[in-house]
Design a protein around this ligand. Structure first.
Ligand code: GUN
Ligand code: ZN
Length: 443
C-alpha cells in the first residue's frame, strides 16, 4: 500500500541554529511506501506520479517527522509529577521504590506499553530510555516496542552502590547482564541497545571500568548516563571520586567518553568538560521540564550550540513533568529566555526531531522528512484549542502559526502519529477510535 499524505509538510535542509529559519521548508505532500518516505513535493505532482496511492488529506495540519525523545526513564511513568523533592531525595523517595517493582516482567510490560501509548499519543515515535537494573525491564521495553515496530534505544541501568538492597548489581553482573542483553536486542528489528551506567554516584570505579570495557568491545552502541545535573550532586561526586579532575573525568578515565556517549542534563559544565565533550563529539541531552521541575538549573543551549555541540531534546520522564515534546519545546524556550537567548520555533522543532536523531546518530534514518528516511511522522493540528486557534488566526507565516502550539499545545494537538508507514494513533473526532497496531517488521 502506498500512502499520499497532504498537509503542510515540514522538513529541514540544514540545522537552523547554523543556517537560520530558512533551513526549514514547507511542502504540500509526502508519499510513503513499505515503511519509508519515497517522495516529498507538491500535491498535484505527487497525485499524478502516484495515482494508485491512498490519499489522506490533513488540510492545514503540519506534517513533520515524529518527535524523538532522546532521554526518558520509562520505569518512572507512574511517578511523574511527584511533589517537592530535589534530585537525590527524589531518587530515594520516589524513584528507587518504584524501580524495585521492575523485577516483575508483567509489571514491567504493563508500564512499557503504557509509556509507549502515552508517547505515541503525544506524537513521539522514538524514545531512548533507561530501564532498571533488572534484565526483565529491558526485555519488557524492547518487546513492547517491537510489537509496535518502533525505533527505540534502551539499556539496563547499572548501579552497584548508593542504591537500596534489591536495586544493586555488581561490576561483574552489570557487565555480563548488559553484554547478554546487548547481544539479544541490539540491531534486532528497530531496537538499539545502549550501555547505561545510571550516574557516577551509583557506580563504583570497578563498575564504570567494566562498562567502559564493554563499550570498547561494542563501539557501535551508544552509551548513556547523567552528568552535572545539580550542584549538590556535583559536590557528592567530588567526595566519591577525589582523584577525578571533574565530574566528566569520572567517566572519561574509564573509557566512557567518546562519540556515541549521551550525557543527560549537563547544566553545570566546567570549561574543561565542555572542551573535551566537543573534542570527543559526545552528545548532550537537554531535559528542560525536568531541570525546572527538580530545580536543577538552566541549560546553556545558546552557548553550547554556538560552540558546535551535538544536542538533543528530551522529556526525562518522570523527573520531567510531561510526556509531550511540545511541552518540552516550550520549556526549552523558557529556559533559554532566562539565559537571554530566544530560541526560534524552527530551532525548537529541529531539536525535537532532527537534533535528537542526530544526538542518537540516527539522523540518516529518522528525525526528518527526506526520501529514503523511515516513515515515522506526526501530524499536528495547529488550532487544537480555542486559545491556540485564536492566536494562530493572526499568523502571517508558518512559524507564527506553529509557535502557539509549541507554547500551549499538548496531546490534543496531535492529529495523527505514523510509525514505520502505519497510522498508529488517529485523533480524528469524526472517526471511531479503534486502531490496529502495525505488524512487527522483519527481525
Ligand atoms: N540522575 C540519576 N538518575 C536520575 C534519574 O532517574 N532522573 C534524573 N533526572 N536524574 C538522575
Ligand atoms: Zn535521566
Amino acid at each position: 500500500m502506498t500512502d499520499l499524505l497532504l498537509g503542510q509538510v515540514l522538513r529541514f535542509t540544514a540545522d537552523p541554529f547554523v543556517a537560520g529559519p530558512v533551513a526549514a521548508v514547507v511542502d504540500e505532500a509526502v508519499v510513503i511506501n513499505a515503511g519509508q518516505i519515497v517522495a516529498v513535493g507538491s500535491a498535484n505532482a505527487l497525485r499524478r506520479s502516484h495515482p494508485q496511492a491512498r490519499v489522506t488529506d490533513y488540510g492545514r495540519a503540519l506534517i513533520s517527522a515524529g518527535f524523538v525523545d532522546a532521554h526518558a526513564h520509562y520505569p518512572q511513568t507512574a511517578i511523574i509529577a511527584s511533589w517537592g523533592k530535589r534530585l537525590i531525595d527524589w531518587l530515594n523517595t520516589y524513584t528507587f521504590p518504584e524501580e524495585m517493582r521492575f523485577s516483575n516482567l508483567s509489571y514491567a510490560s504493563a508500564v512499557a506499553n503504557r509509556h509507549l501509548d502515552l508517547t505515541v499519543s503525544n506524537g513521539t515515535t522514538s524514545v531512548c530510555s533507561y530501564c532498571t537494573i533488572h534484565p526483565e525491564s529491558v526485555d519488557a521495553f524492547f518487546a513492547a516496542a517491537a510489537a509496535r515496530n518502533q525505533r527505540v534505544w534502551a539499556g539496563k541501568t547499572c548501579m552497584d552502590r548508593n542504591a537500596p538492597e534489591g536495586l544493586r548489581d555488581t561490576a561483574q553482573t552489570a557487565h555480563d547482564d548488559s553484554a547478554r542483553l546487548l547481544a539479544k536486542w541490539h540491531g534486532r528489528g528497530r531496537a538499539s541497545y545502549v550501555i547505561t551506567p545510571r550516574f557516577s554516584p551509583t557506580s563504583t570505579e570497578a563498575q564504570l571500568e567494566a562498562l567502559g570495557a564493554l563499550w570498547a568491545a561494542n563501539s557501535g552502541c551508544l552509551m548513556q548516563t547523567h552528568l552535572s545535573e545539580q550542584t549538590d550532586e556535583i559536590a557528592w561526586v567530588r567526595q566519591l571520586f577525589p582523584d577525578a579532575r571533574d565530574y566528566l573525568d569520572t567517566y572519561e578515565r574509564h573509557g566512557l567518553l567518546g562519540r556515541g556517549a549521551l550525557f543527560g542534563h549537563a547544566i553545570w559544565l566546567e570549561d574543561r568538560e565542555k572542551a573535551r565533550i566537543l573534542e570527543a563529539d559526545a552528545s548532550l541531552i537537554h531535559c528542560p521540564t525536568s531541570n525546572t521541575f527538580i530545580g536543577s538549573g538552566l541549560f546553556d543551549m545558546g552557548g553550547l550550540k554556538a560552540a558546535g555541540h551535538r544536542i538533543g531534546l528530551a522529556t526525562d520522564t518522570g523527573g520531567g513533568s510531561s510526556f509531550s515534546m511540545l511541552r518540552t519545546m516550550a520549556a526549552a524556550y523558557e529556559v533559554a529566555q532566562l539565559r537571554d537567548r530566544a530560541l526560534h520555533p524552527a530551532e525548537l522543532w529541529w531539536l525535537a526531531t532532527t537534533g535528537s536523531a542526530r544526538a542518537l546518530h540516527a539522523d540518516s534514518l529518522i528525525g526528518n522528512i527526506t526520501v529514503g528516511a523511515e516513515a515515522d511522522l506526526v501530524v499536528v493540528n495547529l488550532a487544537s484549542t480555542p486559545a491556540i486557534a485564536q492566536a494562530t488566526a493572526r499568523a502571517n507565516d508558518i512559524w507564527q502559526a506553529v509557535f502557539p502550539t509549541i507554547m500551549m499545545g499538548d496531546d490534543r494537538a496531535i492529529r495523527a502519529t505514523w510509525v514505520a508507514g502505519h497510522c498508529v494513533h488517529d485523533n480524528d473526532p469524526a472517526k471511531p477510535a479503534s486502531q490496529t497496531p502495525p505488524a512487527p517488521g522483519p527481525a
